[in-house]
Design a protein around this ligand. Structure first.
Ligand code: FAD
Length: 425
């Protein structure tokens, strides 16, 4: 017989990306009993780990999110949660970061000023907060950069990265940037850059690596030597940085900086006493626009979690929070959320574009929200009375066009925790 366990909390958060974990963290800080239930990692773990807040509009780089705020549509989550007030949004961001100061240990930068960083592709992107291990990827007007590769490792191409950076910098008007690429030989075949941290634990390889860095410094005297984020823990990299300017460049999965952020948040939440349940199979009980409980099944164990408030932080299509289904009646496709099956949009052929470089409506899809962060219907009614949303499951913005990815989870999680505190759940 299946064993049934019952748990009671004030708030149950669904999803363990940046949005879910930050929501749980802020709530427990307000003495609200909270638990998290999740399928696993999502887009946060795949990201570069940099907090983009609002870096671009109309293909132009912004110096700060403040510069673009007035040009955002009224339906943009930043405008909705701040009730169209830039100062409110600014306060929310600053307070959110102040309260999550344990993550700040890993980061440098400011919410009010974007910095331009060099990516693994040799492109340049605006972002607000970078991990300190990426400091050397900041674009300096007359910077000298060396992309480092390894003989017979084809995960990426350092010479190509250097060429890309030079072209990109020229287009942006930085004529004094210098960039080089070099593959080095450590006397051992490295099958992939991902093996580097393990191999460097061997003294012989570590010494060869340090000697090679020394030679490269003499040959190029670069401001930074750039590698992808491959270290799980950055302490080792910090030791090397005592002697050489070896830094990580922002890059998405399969590299480690996004995972590092996600794990850090996970540890922060668990060490604050919030239980995190892993759910292979999750069912919600909803009646008369009210959720009463979520049932999760794992092996032979079934857990019922009862809560007053439920927060959906399940991300977008990448994170698994949204899914596309085909209607049985008409064979048309629609976009729904993956937990409650709430409909978000009908998807016509127009939604999908063949040209990958044009705007894609699909990336803007997600729940329409009111200022209380409740998902609302077309007639602006809350879809479910005790359901709230944070993070990328919210629609109305496009991370690719705007460079606004992790800013949304950060500020929506903080805003919701303040609202729920006032509501005294
Ligand atoms: C490749 C890539 C690179 C990116 N790079 C950047 C960047 O450099 N800077 C930046 O700011 N942003 C970046 N982004 C965007 C950013 O990562 C996301 O917008 C952000 O992480 C979303 O956080 P989230 O917590 O809302 O969702 P996610 O991190 O996706 O978390 C969703 C969570 O919900 C869980 N979940 C989903 N469905 C269910 C379900 N049915 N039941 C239970 N749990 C469920 C998932 O397992 C996961 O834990 C990038 C995104 C991608 C995909």
């Amino acid at each position: 017989m299946r064993k049934m366990i019952r748990r009671d909390v004030d708030v149950l958060v669904i999803g363990s990306g940046a949005a879910g974990l930050l929501t749980a963290y802020y709530l427990i800080n307000r003495n609200i009993r909270v638990s998290v239930v999740t399928k696993g990692y999502g887009a946060t773990a795949m990201s570069s780990g940099c907090f983009d807040i609002l870096g671009m509009l109309d293909n132009k780089f912004l110096e700060s999110f403040r510069e673009g705020f007035d040009r955002l549509p009224d339906s943009h989550p930043y405008r909705v949660i701040s009730m169209n007030k830039l100062t409110t949004l600014l306060n929310l961001f600053q307070s959110a970061l102040r309260e999550a100061n344990s993550i700040l240990d890993l980061y440098m930068g400011e919410v009010t000023r974007n910095i331009n960083v060099i990516t693994l592709f040799g492109t340049i992107k605006p972002t607000a907060l970078i991990q300190k291990s990426m400091k050397g990827s900041i674009l300096l007007p007359d910077g000298k950069y060396l992309f480092l590769g390894f003989n017979n490792v084809f995960d990426y191409n350092p010479k190509l990265q250097a060429r890309m950076l030079l072209s990109f910098a020229r287009i942006m008007g930085f004529k004094n940037i210098r960039a080089f690429g070099e593959r080095i030989n450590l006397g051992i075949n490295i099958p992939s850059i991902h093996f580097l941290p393990v191999l460097l634990r061997r003294k012989k390889i570590h010494d060869a690596f340090m000697n090679t860095l020394d030679n490269l410094m003499n040959k190029y005297s670069p401001d930074s030597i750039l590698i992808p984020p491959v270290f799980d823990k950055i302490e080792y990299l910090k030791d090397i940085q005592d002697d050489f300017p070896l830094y990580e460049v922002p890059s998405a999965s399969p590299y480690k900086a996004g995972l590092r952020l996600n794990r850090l948040l996970w540890r922060l939440v668990e060490s604050s006493g919030v239980p995190i349940y892993h759910a292979e199979d999750l069912r919600a009980i909803v009646a008369r626009r009210e959720i009463s409980k979520i049932t999760i099944r794992k092996n032979e164990k079934e857990t019922e979690i009862h809560a007053n408030i439920f927060v959906l932080a399940t991300g977008d299509l990448v994170g698994g929070g949204l899914k596309i289904v085909t209607k049985k009646s008409s064979l048309e496709k629609e976009l729904i959320d993956s937990v409650f099956g709430l409909k978000i949009a009908n998807l016509s052929k127009k939604t999908f574009r063949d040209d990958i470089f044009s705007n894609h409506n699909l990336s803007k899809f997600g729940f329409k929200i009111n200022e209380n962060l409740q998902p609302i219907s077309e007639s602006n009614e809350p879809m479910i009375d005790n359901l709230y949303v944070t993070g990328a499951i919210i629609g109305g913005y496009d991370i690719n066009e705007e460079k606004s990815g992790l800013g949304i989870p950060l500020v929506t999680a903080f805003r919701l925790s303040n609202l729920l505190k006032k509501a005294e759940v």
